[in-house]
Design a protein around this ligand. Structure first.
Ligand code: PAF
Length: 292
């Protein structure tokens, strides 16, 4: 089967009906287009767990604040279709705003709860409401068996999992590791906004994460200090450096944790994160759980 493109709900349902009737597993990768190797990894992951691979391409206006980059967000539809075809995608769903928001901007939305108001949510207070609302709509329309989200947007991944659990969507959420360039820069559609000098400055994020990993055996304060030191010595305005447990709660010594950073390089706001394992205090045994 070649790549199909559906722009409307009836086209989407017509394309998916044969798969549903044949009880074939559907995999969804929700995207905003400007696809890169990070998206290839998402597609590859869902393809191993489904029979029919669907990619949605929709630059979702409700997840951008009034002063953010919705108008200039990179759009490369034909290149995205070529990439999807090369990756073996079966169906691209590329709706317009009226299809996704039939009742306009004032319709029903998904309230993300307290985790939507921390880290990214401080700088972007309406962001996760927009993300969860559109993801809920996509899950409802495509009804996939599995859906893949990148760990690059780690807070988004945690919130999507929480929504799927709270609203009881019948879908398995796959988190896919970040894809990086050889020098450590995490792939992002927004990297296309960086000129050569910005790009060099942007490496401070992945370097801060590496410093945090190196400091992890020495505990929470050491990780945060190491990451902040790297960021303080680089050009760019730091938004936050945070260390959490994998669910964005308090980190615990001797356990897996997430180090999250956000900074602005020129006009481009970048985020990155890594998992790390926090060390135990001297004298504690590895089976022991010790508070931070
Ligand atoms: O991660 C993204 O590209 C977007 O936030 C998503 C999940 C496609 C929702 O618009």
């Amino acid at each position: 089967m070649g790549l199909l493109v559906a722009r409307t709900r009836p086209e989407l349902q017509a394309a998916l009906d044969p798969a549903r009737e044949a009880c074939r597993r559907i995999g969804l990768v929700p995207t905003m287009g400007a696809l890169h190797a990070g998206h290839d990894a998402l597609i590859g992951r869902t393809r191993t767990m489904s029979d029919v691979s669907v990619v949605s391409i929709f630059v979702n206006p409700t997840q951008f604040g009034a002063d953010e980059d919705f108008g200039v967000y990179p759009r490369s539809f034909q290149a995205d279709l070529d990439r999807c075809a090369a990756e073996g995608v079966d169906l691209v769903f590329a709706p317009d705003v009226a299809t996704m928001y039939p009742d306009g901007a004032g319709g029903v939305s998904v309230e993300p709860g307290p985790l939507g108001g921390v880290f990214e949510g401080v700088t972007r207070p309406t962001h996760f409401r927009g993300v969860l609302t559109v993801v809920a709509k996509l899950l409802h329309l495509v009804a996939p068996d599995v859906a893949a989200f990148g760990e690059k947007d780690y807070q988004q991944l945690v919130l999507v999992r929480q929504m799927v659990n709270s609203l009881q969507f019948d879908v398995e959420v796959l988190g896919v590791p970040i894809v990086r360039q050889a020098d450590g820069l995490a792939l992002s559609s927004r990297n296309s906004f960086l000129d050569d000098e910005d790009r060099r400055h942007a490496l401070m994020l992945s370097r801060a994460l590496t410093a945090g990993i190196d400091a992890a055996p020495r505990g929470v304060d050491a990780v945060l200090a190491a990451a902040r030191d790297v960021l303080a010595s680089a050009a760019g305005a730091v938004d936050y450096v945070a260390l959490t447990d994998p669910y964005l709660g308090e980190p615990r010594l001797g356990q897996e944790a997430r180090l999250l950073v956000a900074a602005r390089v020129s006009t481009v706001r970048l985020i990155d994160n890594t998992s790390l394992r926090l060390g135990l205090p001297a004298g504690a045994s590895s089976g022991e759980v010790v508070g931070p």
